[in-house]
Design a protein around this ligand. Structure first.
Ligand code: ADP
Ligand code: 5GP
Length: 190
């Protein structure tokens, strides 16, 4: 079964991380996303225990003092986000493999924590020009957001270089799918 394993996916926005992760979820019913704790209020249709475990900043601080987190970050003042150790236990006890979809810094922190139990994958675009095409093609971001994401992407690629266990260059999608299936299967069999 799960064998206490962890898959960590990170990528510059627009690389195709969501596409790749959804493909793997379709193939592996034993994969389960880790739900983070957050100290902000739910937005729109967000529900406690679905998008996040919503708790107060006070409760978050108390959990930090109890060493209850695998990792956490104060993203904005009083807006804490983090992975609870009990969430990790919950997923492993169900015999599932934990899936993380995080930024490059979060990925590195998780990899340091889980070590050999984790496979960290950086999903990379074949080029910056193609990344720009995909961000435009997705049609979800304004021109300012696209600029911001492209600026950030160069930094993220530099940061993650040499830190990820595997770099998946997402050029032709069918090729990327079969490549990641093989890497994941080898990791699960280990
Ligand atoms: P991310 O989660 O990394 O932000 P998405 O999975 O949303 O990226 O992909 C960004 C856009 O690029 C989407 O419109 C998606 O359909 C498209 N895309 C993903 N992979 C490929 C690929 N290999 N070739 C062409 N387009 C792709
Ligand atoms: P949002 O409020 O838009 O849902 O998320 C804000 C930011 O918090 C995002 O950049 C997201 O990646 C980050 N975030 C969400 N969960 C976690 C977590 O468990 N740990 C860390 N370090 N960051 C997280």
């Amino acid at each position: 079964m799960g064998n206490n394993k962890v898959l960590i996916f990170s990528a510059p926005s627009g690389s195709g991380k969501t596409t790749v992760v959804n493909h793997l979820l379709g193939l592996h019913p034993e994969f389960e996303f880790s739900i983070s704790a957050a100290s902000r209020k739910p937005r729109g249709t967000e529900r406690d225990g679905v998008e996040y475990y919503f708790i107060s900043a006070e409760e978050f601080r108390s959990l930090i003092a109890q060493d209850a987190f695998v990792e956490y970050q104060e993203v904005y003042e009083d807006h804490f986000y983090g992975t609870l150790k009990r969430e990790v236990d919950r997923i492993w006890e169900a015999g599932h493999v934990i899936l993380f979809d995080v930024d490059v810094k979060g990925a590195w922190n998780l990899k340091k924590y889980f070590g050999d139990k984790a496979l960290s994958v950086l999903v990379a675009p074949p080029s910056m020009e193609e990344l720009e095409r995909r961000l435009r093609g997705r049609g979800t971001d304004s021109e300012d957001e696209i600029r911001m994401r492209l600026d950030k992407a160069a930094y993220e690629m530099d940061y993650a270089a040499g830190k990820a266990d595997y770099k998946l260059v997402n050029d032709d999608l069918a090729t990327a799918f079969s490549e990641i299936e093989k890497v994941v299967d080898e990791f699960l069999a280990r």
